[in-house]
Design a protein around this ligand. Structure first.
Ligand SMILES: Cc1cc2nc3c(=O)[nH]c(=O)nc-3n(C[C@H](O)[C@H](O)[C@H](O)COP(=O)(O)O)c2cc1C
Length: 182
């Protein structure tokens, strides 16, 4: 017997991980990798902090600088892949998402502390070439906060326990699970 004998148990474990990941750094799921496609058609990946996970809606929330390359890429192609790995639970999650951008949200901005605000706004803008490593200023502004609302379309769970188990779920199949050979 394993905790992962049914696809429902795999899905429960996946959302429990995402929920925990959104609460703080106690799990690797706190730092998902977000992949987008750049204008040349090349995949681009980066680590972000998971800010929210809502199982009922099947949605995740991330936050970034509105000037960043990922925001431009998502405006062009509002699709992304999210990857997480947590060594303790031994769960890898791979999510295919569509992304909605929410910019200039003053309510969220007013709820952020000073330290958090410093992540949203640089002069020159993030990604601009500079002559020396510290040739930039931190210039926080609400217009620099971009909230990424990710609608999960499909979710693949891989559990590397004593046995290896892999299951896939999709929104269009109402999250009914299918086993895959791992
Ligand atoms: C542990 C860790 C957490 C990070 N969290 C965020 C984050 O929450 N939001 C963000 O925009 N960038 C975050 N970054 C920086 C991104 O990985 C990336 O370097 C930056 O956003 C620029 O990405 P882009 O040029 O592809 O848009 C984080 C990096 C690390 C290593």
């Amino acid at each position: 017997m394993s905790d992962y004998d049914t696809t429902d148990a795999m899905l429960d474990a996946a959302w429990a991980q995402l929920d925990l990941g959104a609460q703080g750094p106690q799990t690797g799921t706190h730092w998902p990798v977000l992949a987008t496609i750049d204008p040349e058609g090349r995949p681009q990946q980066r680590t972000l902090v998971l800010r929210g996970a809502d199982r009922a809606a099947g949605m995740l929330t991330l936050m970034t600088d509105a000037d960043s390359a990922k925001v431009r890429e998502l405006r062009d192609r509002p699709r992304a892949s999210v990857l997480t790995w947590d060594a303790e639970s031994r769960l890898q999650l791979r999510l295919a998402c569509t992304v909605t951008l929410r910019e200039n949200d003053r309510d969220v901005w007013s709820g952020l502390g000073e330290t958090a605000r410093q992540n949203y706004g640089k002069t020159p803008p993030v990604g601009t070439e500079i002559a020396a490593p510290l040739d930039y200023e931190i210039t926080p502004a609400p217009g620099n906060l971009a909230i990424l609302r990710l609608t999960v379309e499909s979710l693949e769970v891989l559990h590397l326990g004593e046995t290896h188990r892999r299951a896939v779920f999709s929104r269009k199949e109402d999250w009914r699970g299918r086993w895959l050979s791992p």
